[in-house]
Design a protein around this ligand. Structure first.
Ligand SMILES: Cc1cc2nc3c(=O)[nH]c(=O)nc-3n(C[C@H](O)[C@H](O)[C@H](O)COP(=O)(O)OP(=O)(O)OC[C@H]3O[C@@H](n4cnc5c(N)ncnc54)[C@H](O)[C@@H]3O)c2cc1C
Length: 402
């Protein structure tokens, strides 16, 4: 497969760059520069989502008949590169990258008609209710119970680490509908139309970086319609695994973001004195570390192009786990380098200055402002979407057959 870009694609690149230079509001730009997580500030992120929708560019990875752009692999990668160069807020993955592609693949026609348009136009934002206290890596042990009752299910139990559930108006979730047989056999996948059903309580959790990003969600006799079920009752495990392939797979590329982090680290290092004399950017140890990091990011970039193109290597069952493991560890390495470049200037906790629209002047540069929250937040990348230890186990079992 040829993964170099043909010269005629430069016109496409210029069109994308022009749009990114003119379309975002100042608040959207600020949100992008201040994003210190895979989850951008919600309000500005959804404003940007709607602008991209109006342009027809909201879901490049969706099939064209469902609202995708019909772009080639190269165009999609160029789009991702220009997106990161412009420091725009990353789109939230739960709707566009998880439940949307799932419904396209295996939803009923009624579910597609009902939910896909509002995912695309940004009217809806979906939370992912998989994990529970004690059921994260061992997800199949989940115990949040749904009892059939007439045309409804009645749900009791709780979910945890549900990202942005306090912003969501819909949620997809796994529930236990049977205790018979293997634990994987009694799980059902449900779509919830609302987050304010009577008996449902969403409580944000403040993370290590000081921001409320994840939530606990409690269910006390919550009655939801059975028509929200995807797949058969008790067959939700296969639906859940299908969705996880999209979550861990290569619908979106991480390498352009990582490349941008490296650029920002290099720019900041050019302005930073080395304790050994001269500027940090010229320090041989810094240069070696950056070189190794950038080479590994380039490898990830090739990997992501294979995924985006649907290459047969990317259809290997171990591929999503390899992709997830590689990109999450590179995020941590890149943020560690950024933190090292900031040094003591990055140590101050500046939650107010980080808020979009804040009038508080940051101590140090904007790079120093984001480096510590990014470093802290990226500790989570090797945990969410299935921890890397568990991914390595999956790789060993599927690729090596052990
Ligand atoms: C920032 C963030 C966002 C998240 N967002 C969501 C969300 O939106 N929706 C949602 O449903 N969940 C979400 N999660 C939850 C996430 O999926 C779980 O945290 C993850 O699956 C790990 O589960 P756990 O936290 O229960 O840890 P545990 O499963 O208790 O694992 C603890 C440690 O033990 C190790 N371990 C466990 N089992 C094995 C094994 N078999 N072999 C080797 N090592 C093992 C793990 O690797 C880990 O290091 C999020 C988590 C984070 C951190």
């Amino acid at each position: 497969m040829n993964i170099d870009f043909a010269p005629e694609l430069e016109a496409f690149r210029a069109e994308v760059a022009d749009f990114f230079a003119s379309a975002p509001t100042p608040a959207i730009r600020e949100a992008g520069r201040k994003t210190t997580s895979v989850f951008a500030p919600f309000k500005e992120c959804m404003e940007w989502h709607r602008i991209l929708f109006e342009k027809g560019w909201i879901a490049p990875h969706w099939p064209a008949e469902h609202g995708g752009t019909g772009w080639s692999v190269e165009q999609r990668f160029i789009f991702a590169e220009e997106y990161r160069k412009a420091d725009l807020p990353p789109l939230l993955p739960q709707s566009l990258g998880m439940v949307g592609p799932l419904l396209i693949d295996i939803g009923t026609q009624a579910q597609k008609d009902r939910y896909l348009p509002d995912i695309l136009n940004g009217n809806d934002f979906w939370a992912q209710g998989y994990s529970e206290p004690g059921s994260g890596s061992d997800l199949a042990s989940l115990s949040c119970r749904a009892e059939p009752d007439g045309d409804d299910y009645v749900i009791n139990g709780s979910k945890i680490w549900t990202t942005y559930a306090h912003h969501a108006n819909r949620m997809f979730m796994l529930v236990r509908t049977s205790k018979e047989g293997k634990k994987q056999q009694g799980i059902t996948f449900l779509l919830l139309d609302r987050m304010d059903y009577p008996g449902m309580d969403v409580r944000p959790i403040v993370g290590l970086d000081g921001f409320p990003e994840q939530c606990e969600v409690f269910f006390d006799n919550v009655r939801v319609p059975q028509s929200g079920r995807v797949g058969e009752e008790n067959d939700g495990w296969s639906v859940a695994k299908h969705l996880l392939k999209h979550e861990r797979g290569g619908g979106n590329a991480a390498s352009p973001t990582l490349t941008r982090y490296c650029q920002r680290a290099r720019e900041a290092a050019a302005e930073t004195r080395s304790p050994f004399g001269g500027m940090l950017a010229d320090d041989p140890v810094f240069q070696q570390e950056m070189g190794e990091l950038e080479a590994d990011i380039a490898t990830l970039g090739h990997f992501e192009k294979l995924a985006i193109s649907g290459h047969e290597i990317a259809r290997d069952p171990a591929f999503p786990s390899m992709n997830k493991t590689m990109n999450s560890e590179l995020v941590q390495r890149a943020s560690t380098v950024m933190m090292q470049v900031s040094g003591v200037d990055g140590l101050a906790r500046q939650l107010e200055a980080l808020r979009v629209g804040s009038n508080v002047e940051p101590l140090g540069s904007e790079f120093d402002l984001i480096s510590m929250p990014l470093y802290l937040n990226s500790r989570a990348t090797t945990i969410y979407a299935g921890s890397n230890e568990v991914q390595r186990d999956l790789i060993a079992r599927t690729a090596v057959g052990s």
